[in-house]
Structures are given as C-alpha cells and as structure tokens.
Design a protein around this ligand. Structure first.
Ligand SMILES: Nc1ncnc2c1ncn2[C@@H]1O[C@H](COP(=O)(O)OP(=O)(O)OP(=O)(O)O)[C@@H](O)[C@H]1O
Length: 591
C-alpha cells in the first residue's frame, strides 16, 4: 500500500493551497476578523512606543518639562495596556476560530474517507489516513490560529516600521529597506526547500503510524513467531528515517534563521554609525536617533518571527496538500442519477460479469453467469484465490463490476440508491470485524427501525445466545477496547448482524467456518426458517456448508464452470470432486 499522491494537488503553490481552506474558514469569519484586528492592533501599539520614547527625549528631557513627561508617559502606558488587552482578545478569538475550522475539516475529511470506495482503502496505508486526520490537522490549526494572523500582522508591522524609519531619516531608512533584498531572496529559497523537507517528514510520520497500527493489530503473530526483534528493527529504521527528515528540516530552518538574525545585526552597525554621523552633522536630532535605533531594534523581532511563521506556513501548506489529496479523490461508487424504484423481487443474477482490480493485469472474474432464484440458497465454491470473495463484494457494490451486470429482482444494482441496495443486501465477511461498542450497537450499527425483537431473533438465528451470559448482556462493550470474544463468537455476531432486519438478499463469505458442524447445521436450519424468502449466496469451503445449500456453483478460471445440486456436481464434474476431496468431511458426507 502506498500513500498515493496526486501531482496536481502536490504542485499547487503555498498560497493557492492554503486559500482552499476558505470554505472551512467562512463559518468562523467573525472570530477570524477579530483575531486579525486584535493581532495587528497589538503589534502596532507595540511599534508606536519607540516614537513616544523619542518624543520624551526630544521634548520633556531636553526642555526639562515634567508636565510633558507625565503626558507622554501616560500615552506610552495607554499603548501598553491596549497591547495587552488586544493580546487577550486575539487569544480568545484564535481559540474559537482555529478549533472550529479544525473540527469542521476533520469531520468533513472523515466523512469523505467513509464515502470513498474500498478500492481507495486498498491502495492507502491506514497510517497515512490516520496522520492526515490527526497530525496534519493539528498543524493546520496552528496555522489558522497563529501563522495566518501573525503573518499578516507581522508583514504589516514590518511595512509600517520601514515607513516610520524612512520618515525619520530618508537615507538611513533606505539602507534598512535595501537590506531586505537578500532577506527576500533567502526567504524564497527557504520556502522551496522547507516545503520539500516538511512533506517528507509528514509522509514518514504516516509510515510510522502505519507501522504502529499494524504491529498492534498483528501483535499475536509477532509474539507467536518471536518476531519482536525483527519488528523492532523495522520500526527503528522507520523512526530513524523520520528523525533524519526532521533534522533536515531543522537544518534548513537553522540556515534561514542565521540569515534572519545575522543580517539585522550588520544593518544595525551600519545605521548606528550612520545615525551618529548624521546627528553630529545636525541632520538628525538625538531624540530621532533614539527613536530610529529603538524602532530598528523592534523591527528585528518581527523579522525573526517571519522565519518561524514561514516555516509553519510551509508545513501547513504541505499538510493541506496531503489532506486535499484525499478530499480531491472522487468517490467512484455513487448513487445513480435516476434511481430505480426499489423492487420487491429477490432473484439475484450475475449476467456476464467481469471484474478486474485497479492496477491489476488480469480479470479476476471473466464472464460470470449465475441465476439464484428467489428464496434459494446458492453455495459458491472454488479454489483458493478463484474470486469467491470478490464475487460477494460486487453484490453490495463494495466494488463495481468492470463488465456485465448484477441484478436484484431484475434491477441493476447500480440503478438502486446505495442506502436501498445496502438495506436489501446484507453481508457477513470472513473476518468478523467488531467495533469498540456494545453488542447491541455492533449488531444494529445504528440502522433505523430495528426493534428489540429483531435483535433477539437475529441472536437466536446465529446461535449467538452466549451474549446473554456476558456481564451486561447485550450492553456489554466488546471489540478492541472491550471484552475479547472467540473467533466462533465473533463470527456468530457477524452473522446475526447480517440477518438482522431480514434482508432480501444475504451474502455470506464463509460465515460458519469457525463453527462446529453441529452448530453450523443448527444455524443453517434457523436461517432457512427465518429467512424463507431470502435469497442467499454463501461462499463455502466445507462440504458440510455446501450440503445445506439448495444448489452449488463452481467458480473456476473466472467463470461459473458448473451449477447443480451437490450430488449432481459430484457425479458430473470431476473438478468439483477434486475440490471437495480436499475437504476432510468428504468421506462423512459423500454418498
Ligand atoms: N484488493 C485487491 N487488489 C488486487 N487484487 C486482489 C484484491 N483482493 C483480492 N485480489 C486478488 O483477486 C483474486 C481473488 O481473490 P478472492 O479473495 O476473491 O479469492 P477467494 O476465492 O475468495 O479466495 P479464498 O478462498 O482464499 O478466500 C486473488 O488472486 C487475489 O490475490
């Protein structure tokens, strides 16, 4: 699995990329405006104080005017108080705006990831999605709360200070202005390099997240095979690579910072000498010299801050690109433009169905034809990797067929609204996934209109009565953060989940493999009774499962090679006999 990247998104400029956040910023525009005004106001209040200091030197101090001193001190105090009040307002507005945008974007990104088809998830490592939904979004929050507002306020302050310096002394002010040229060149080079460094570090963070997730999910295998040192070595490699990427980032930032810190010191020496010279020759008053030097010293901080802000901006643009790579991926499995009315028929038909996975060379299915009559249970057998699971996944449109069509009650599944289709067809997969929630929530999955009786019946059909013995019955929390269940118990819950609400079509991917033959027979009998009108396609690996079906279809070479009752196929189809001969139960069940 890779972190698929879209070149178009990746190449967009920093500004263009960040401006795409407007959509999420719009609902919070009031707080964002307050944030901008307060931040700019605070920085300008701070900038004005040196001018007051200059006025104190040239006025009250030179004139020995104590009354004037009080007035100017009061003014300086006023600006100081205004600065701290505006600082508080900015922090308050910032928290509200930044957290608001982060929450909205996180929700939309999650919703989009849910809408994307299974084929997308096949290609993307889960850690890459995880890091986008967590670390990248936190970077964006810091950008909205800090970098965006301070970048504007900072640039404005630098511009105002430069104007004030030029106003105090034209020549010295121009010297400071010209010194900005190497700064601009350095900034451009920094942006390009840092953007690349930040992207690499973010991608590697995603790889580390994937490694942590996979090792947590596979902890049993790792321990059972004593592969801890091997896994640790792989993880150490990943985190060392991440450390290297972070160090490269810091190095790039370090060079830029050296320029930001060093250049102003050089310029300070020049303007101080020039300023003293100008004062000595009478073209600058002592007060103006004090104001000029104090202003220049104050300019150093916004310039240094620019480095930090640019770093965060580039990092945020890179995080933003990573997020838009996902958001720009169009869902391919969608509701039809003109949905058919949901039919009541339950016949399930595969008509010349072919299917190829994206990026694969060959078709997995190549012209599958299969008719399953209403209420019939069809077992699907085939060699390992012959495409049985793939066939079951096509019915609820987890993937779309690449040729032919699948119909339910005569209606192409692609002509049904997705919610209607997935209400009509339910599935139990081979690996029974449970969520960190109560048993009841795991069964209903939030589906509407399911009564307590439905739940009880589903539990009974799936022979999942063990749930009543759990500490809190149906309210017991299970799944990753709850009680652990055995493989057979998990399978029975997955089956109960599938039969809940009496679907019209039931697709089961070897759902009874972890059950003993006797329980399997009981489950099948209950299924038949309760789901009499339900059409079922059941992937079977065991002869015992096959026997419980009305008919059996043999999948070979991407086609249905034979259909008939178990007995018929045993008599007429050598490939079927060979396949079932691999099943240990054959001796017990063959005639
Ligand atoms: N997401 C995927 N992307 C690409 N190829 C896939 C994907 N999933 C399965 N395949 C390939 O498709 C083929 C059919 O797989 P499928 O899981 O449908 O077989 P199966 O008959 O259900 O096998 P089993 O009996 O082992 O469950 C295999 O060759 C498999 O490698």
């Amino acid at each position: 699995m890779t972190s698929a990247r879209r070149p178009g998104t990746a190449d967009a400029s920093t500004l263009h990329t960040l401006l795409r956040l407007r959509r999420w910023a719009r609902p919070h525009r009031r707080a964002i405006t307050v944030m901008f005004v307060a931040a700019t106001g605070a920085m300008l209040s701070q900038a004005v104080i040196p001018l007051v200091t200059g006025a104190v030197v040239d006025g009250p101090i030179r004139e020995r005017d104590t009354a004037g001193l009080w007035a100017l001190s009061g003014l300086a105090l006023l600006f100081g108080v205004a600065e701290s009040a505006l600082f508080f307002v900015r922090r308050w507005a910032m928290a509200s705006a930044a957290l608001g945008v982060e929450t909205d974007l996180r929700r939309d990104l999650f919703a989009h990831v849910q809408r994307l088809p299974v084929s997308f998830h096949d290609r993307w490592a889960s850690g890459q999605l995880l890091s986008r939904l967590t670390t990248d979004l936190s970077t964006l929050r810091r950008f909205i709360g800090l970098a965006a507002v301070f970048m504007v306020a900072d640039l404005l302050t630098i511009a105002v200070m430069l104007a004030l310096l030029i106003h105090i002394h034209l020549l010295l002010g121009l010297v400071v202005l010209v010194s900005m040229v190497p700064l601009l060149i350095g900034t451009r080079r920094f942006e390009l390099r840092y953007s690349r460094d930040a992207r690499r570090a973010q991608d590697l963070t995603g790889d580390v997240a994937t490694a942590v997730e996979e090792s947590a999910l596979g902890i049993r295998v790792i321990k059972a095979f004593g592969r801890r040192p091997h896994v640790l070595a792989g993880f150490t490699r990943d985190v060392t690579r991440l450390r290297g990427a972070e160090l490269t980032k810091i190095r790039t930032l370090g060079y830029f910072w050296a320029l930001l810190e060093g250049l102003p010191q050089l310029v300070l020496a020049v303007v101080t000498i020039g300023g003293v010279y100008a004062t000595a020759h009478g073209s600058l008053s002592v007060g103006d010299l004090v104001a000029f030097v104090s202003l220049f010293l104050q300019l150093v901080w916004p310039i240094i801050m620019l480095g930090w802000l640019l770093a965060l901006t580039e990092e945020s643009a890179s995080a933003c690109r990573r997020i838009f790579e996902v958001l720009d991926t169009e869902p391919t499995i969608l509701d039809p433009a003109r949905p058919a009315t949901a039919e009541n028929g339950t016949a399930l038909r595969f008509e010349n169905v072919s299917f190829r996975f994206a990026d694969a060379q060959d078709d997995v299915l190549a012209g599958v034809d299969l008719d399953i009559a209403p209420g019939e249970t069809m077992a699907l057998v085939g060699a390992v990797g012959s495409g049985k699971t793939t066939m079951t996944a096509l019915v609820p449109r987890l993937y779309d067929v690449t040729g032919g069509r699948i119909t339910i009650g005569g209606v192409d599944v692609r002509d049904l609204r997705l919610d209607q289709l997935r209400h009509a067809v339910t599935t139990a997969f081979e690996d029974a996934t449970l969520f960190s929630a109560s048993v009841r929530e795991n069964l209903t999955l939030g589906r509407a209109g399911i009564t307590e009786d439905d739940v009880r019946e589903a539990v009974e059909v799936a022979r999942a009565d063990f749930v009543h013995e759990l500490p809190f019955g149906l309210d017991t929390r299970i799944g990753e953060q709850g009680l652990s269940l055995s493989g057979g118990q998990r399978q029975r819950l997955a089956l109960a989940r599938a039969v809940l609400g009496r679907p019209r079509v039931l697709v089961l991917d070897d759902p009874l493999s972890a059950l003993d033959v006797q329980t399997e027979a009981q489950v099948e009998a209950a299924l038949r009774r309760v789901l009499a009108g339900t059409t079922a396609l059941v992937v079977a690996h065991r002869a015992s499962t096959v026997l419980l079906a009305d008919r059996v279809a043999l999948l070979a070479d991407g086609r249905i090679a034979a259909v008939g009752t178990h007995r018929e196929l045993l008599e007429t189809t050598p490939a079927y006999r060979r396949l079932l001969a691999q099943s240990a139960e054959l001796e017990e069940v063959s005639p």
